[in-house]
Design a protein around this ligand. Structure first.
Ligand code: 2HG
Ligand code: ZN
Length: 465
């Protein structure tokens, strides 16, 4: 734990009352949505300005105190968990939109701006911030950048990385850098902005981000299609992608649907029971587009790839269809799931899912396994649910037994052990299944350049040595 004398010094660097050490605050700000590691920070500090962030980093360097960045705390890999007496730096009070440029279609955000706040701001300007996920009501832009967050529209819009025009960062050495100056074209050597995106706060803090906006989509329309097996989803994707610009192509299994319907507040899409469901979305800009989608649906039924389906006819119906997919993560959190967030190239998805499913079913015939994810970009979420009568530690230990085989399969398919949730602490021991020894050595060398004293989120991405 950090010496109380040092915490008193920390208090002089920020506004009065902006360092908290009470048990409830340590518990609340010391963790994210994961449940693997009990939070144990020394203090939570809330800077309000870039100068204060710099002062905190310099203080941490002087005294060799570890810092953990904290945003909306919706992370799923424990990158924002302070389990070892670190000081948590929360951006809750740096939450303002600072500027908007209509010609560049850019918004300057403080890191604590909530994703939904940016989305609403974009809408007020008649524009659109397209990176979207179920946690957009709490997740913050700084955290999204730290994990290069993806979500449900990646097939069309890409990851957070695609929308960052420029960054201001305070490095682990305490220096303020302005990266890329919001330019579209800038061929002046290494793009350091990209290094900080997805770095999980291990190189420094994002203290300002200029985010790009897009034109607002028109008449978004969703279809939910039931398929007789997983493999049939692929020709459906191929058929629709050949004719329409999809904004999303998601999937979930019958077990996932059962959990959603069990809530009692989301209507079933249709009466036919199917083992798998695809949710796709497109802009029905004209009647011709909607008719094309219906013709594709009929074609898929004729081919035997689809058993039943529905197309949204109103905004309310669009929202209800999305709930079938978007509510999944929160709904199954009740069963303390063991999560995997894995990806391969799209063409390999069916064989990959079959292999992983066979491993999991062989090891855990009694555990409930829920599959869902972002098929359109090759990202599968595998959630193993804890039986109600089993303790959390016993359950996680049992699940970990199979990690080796799951990750060996990921490696065999040239995939990723973390597609969009980051490495944090939950996946750090498995990094070598996705990155070569040489790559990891280069990554550590980069960290040492920006964070020479190793104060920035230590123990995240890389296992402690
Ligand atoms: C999603 O796609 C999120 O819903 C959460 O990435 C995934 O809960 C999960 O496993
Ligand atoms: Zn996801």
């Amino acid at each position: 734990m950090t010496d109380p004398v040092l915490i008193d010094e920390l208090k002089t660097l920020v506004e009065p009352g902006k360092v908290l050490t009470d048990a409830a605050s340590l518990e609340a700000w010391g963790k994210d949505w994961t449940k693997h590691f009990p939070p144990a920070p020394s203090a939570i500090v809330f800077p309000k300005t870039v100068d204060q962030v710099q002062a905190i980093v310099r203080w941490a360097n002087r005294h060799k105190v570890a810092l953990v960045p904290s945003g909306g705390r919706t992370g799923l890999s424990a990158a924002a968990v302070a389990a070892n007496g670190e000081v948590v730096v929360s951006f809750d009070y740096m939450n303002r939109i600072l500027d908007f440029n209509a010609f560049d279609r850019t918004v300057v955000c403080q890191p604590g701006v909530v994703t939904a706040q940016l989305q609403a701001f974009a809408e007020e300007q008649g524009l659109y911030y397209p990176v979207d996920f179920a946690s957009s009501g709490s997740s913050q832009i700084g955290g999204n950048i730290g994990t290069n967050a993806g979500g449900i529209k990646v097939i069309r819009y890409g990851m957070t990385r695609n929308w960052v025009a420029g960054l201001k960062v305070v490095t682990g050495a305490g220096e303020l850098l302005e990266l890329n100056k919001d330019l579209i074209k800038n061929a002046t050597g290494y793009d350091l902005r990209q290094l900080f995106i997805g770095a999980e706060g291990t190189l420094g803090f994002v203290v300002e981000a200029t985010m790009r906006l897009d034109r607002a989509p028109k008449n978004l329309t969703a279809m939910v299609l039931g398929t007789p097996d997983f493999d049939s989803i692929m020709p459906v994707l191929h058929a629709f992608q050949g004719k329409l610009d999809l904004t999303a192509f998601e999937f979930f299994s019958d077990k996932g649907l059962a959990k959603i319907l069990g809530r009692g507040d989301v209507p079933a899409p249709f009466a036919t029971d199917c083992p798998f469901y695809a949710l796709l979305e497109f802009e029905a800009t004209t009647e011709d587009v909607a008719n094309e989608a219906l013709a594709l649906f009929e074609h898929c039924v004729e081919q035997g790839w689809v058993l039943d389906g529905v197309m949204s006819q109103s905004e309310q119906q669009l929202r209800n269809l999305w709930k079938l997919r978007e509510y999944l993560s929160e709904t199954i959190s009740h069963w303390t799931p063991y999560k995997n967030d894995i990806s391969v190239t799209v063409a390999k998805v069916p064989a990959f899912l079959r292999d992983i499913d066979a491993i999991v079913t062989a090891y855990y015939p009694d555990f409930e396994v829920v599959w869902y994810g972002h098929i359109g970009d090759g990202n599968l979420h595998l959630n193993i649910l804890k039986p109600e009568d089993m303790g959390k530690d016993e359950f996680f230990a049992k699940c970990a037994v199979v990690n080796k085989q799951v990750f060996e399969t990921v490696e065999k398919y040239n995939g990723s052990i973390s597609a969009e949730h980051g490495v944090g602490m939950t996946k750090r021991d498995y990094l070598a299944y996705s990155r070569s020894a040489a790559e990891i050595a280069y990554m550590k060398a980069v960290k040492a350049v920006f964070d020479p004293n190793g104060i920035m989120n230590p123990g995240k991405i890389f296992a402690p040595e």
